[in-house]
Design a protein around this ligand. Structure first.
Ligand code: SAH
Ligand code: SF4
Ligand code: F3S
Length: 374
């Protein structure tokens, strides 16, 4: 029995797929190199932008012919996109050959759904899950080991679907994280450990007693072993001086921070509910540059947020120019149903979003070329 997993979305989802692989291998499946050979195909989906969902729909639709060839093939769709009841039902109704549609919190029960398929198609969306549940995952990222430290997000940036599909912020217990990392070190296969969370800087605020992210970093660095430690993603509003100092002082921590700004304009930042201003963001950048010389800094930007004027976009442009990032991701704003921004007046036409995103990426290219020359 063979399995094939198709993963969309962020690093956290890549790590979720490692859990899916672990569960399937526990059931006796082995990995294969193509959909054609598989007895079970799992789509681990992303809902962050419309484009991500369109790709899933197209690729799932294409499986009809495989199901015709292999009547026993099981097709499962899980992840952020199917955590939305409406989308889950749409998939079930549109593609009668899909066997299992489950949400983000259902993953530990994947084996159960596969077993139950004999009795009929499975659709279930749980609203909560236990982050510390131990799943038998299979690491797939070479010398890097991903370690989840938290799940969900409380920030509700007005454009973002994540809090709705991943739930509220929940931190894993520090002892469980340290235990997992000790095992990773003992295995001896991994040179790098990357901590994952939508907003790692708010790690531990929900634990009793509270644990700070800086403490977690220090405690991991204190473990014996030869490894580099990295993490993502940092939200500017929660990046404390203590975390910056810890990155500066600990040799094991990679000198790299992904610090998404999203916009360089204060009115847009406020509408996005990002809780910082351009000035505060630049203060943090200056602090990083001062305390961690040669620190690589990268960022995400959204262009064409509702009501964004050309001048306001120019503030984003000038921020990129001023900070001179090592690299950036620039996205065209994509309305996500159920979020606050999707209901705002003044949605920006695609044509303008295209122009702005290209302008930003062109600037990024120029900066990199100059830096390379130097
Ligand atoms: N938790 C991380 C980011 C998660 S999503 C953070 O807060 O930085 C990754 C990136 O996708 C975001 O940084 C944002 O730039 C982009 N993004 C999220 N929602 C989007 C939307 N509706 N349209 C376009 N880009 C979006
Ligand atoms: Fe989305 Fe904002 Fe949470 Fe990041 S911090 S996951 S952008 S709501
Ligand atoms: Fe990640 Fe996409 Fe979900 S970015 S958290 S897989 S919506």
């Amino acid at each position: 029995m063979k399995y094939f997993i198709v993963t969309y979305g962020c690093q956290m989802n890549v790590h979720e797929s490692e859990k899916i692989a672990g569960i399937l291998e526990d059931l006796g499946y082995t990995e294969c190199g193509s959909r054609e050979e598989a007895d079970i195909i799992v789509f681990n989906t992303c809902a962050i932008r419309e484009g991500a969902e369109d790709r899933v729909l197209g690729n799932v639709g294409n499986l009809k012919r495989l199901k015709k060839k292999n009547k026993n093939l099981i097709i499962a769709v899980c992840g952020c996109m199917t955590q939305k009841q409406k989308t889950a039902e749409y998939l079930m109704n549109t593609f009668p050959f899909i066997d299992i549609v489950i949400g983000t919190f259902n993953l530990p029960k994947l084996g159960h759904y596969i077993e139950a398929v004999k009795k009929g198609r499975q659709l279930e969306i749980l609203q909560e899950g236990d982050i510390d549940e131990v799943l038998p995952y299979k690491r797939t990222s070479g010398e890097n080991a991903w370690v989840n430290i938290m799940q969900g997000c409380n920030n509700f940036c007005t454009y973002c679907i994540v809090p709705y599909v991943k739930g509220r912020e929940k931190s894993r217990k520090e002892e469980n994280i340290l235990k997992e990392i000790k095992e990773i070190i003992k295995e001896g296969k991994y040179k790098k450990i990357t901590l994952l969370g939508q907003n790692v800087n708010s790690y531990g605020k929900d634990l009793e007693p509270k644990v700070s992210f800086a403490k977690l970093l220090k405690d991991i660095c204190a473990l014996d072993g030869d490894f580099t430690l990295s993490f993502m993603t940092s939200h500017p509003k929660d990046l404390t001086d203590e975390v910056i100092d810890t990155i500066a002082n600990e040799d094991k921590i990679e000198k790299y921070i992904h610090l998404p700004a999203q916009s360089g304009n204060n009115r847009i930042l406020k509408l996005m509910n990002r809780s910082y201003t351009r000035e505060k963001y630049l203060d943090i950048i200056n602090k990083i540059r001062e305390k961690i010389p040669n620190c690589r800094i990268t960022s995400d930007f959204i262009v064409g947020f509702p009501t964004e004027t050309e001048e306001e976009f120019n503030d984003t442009y000038s921020l990129v120019k001023q900070v001179r990032y090592d690299s950036i991701f620039a996205f065209m704003y994509s309305p996500r149903e159920g979020t606050v921004a999707s209901k705002m007046e003044g949605q920006i036409p695609d044509e303008i979003k295209h122009k702005r995103v290209n302008k930003l990426l062109q600037l990024e290219k120029e900066i990199q070329e100059e830096d390379n020359k130097r």
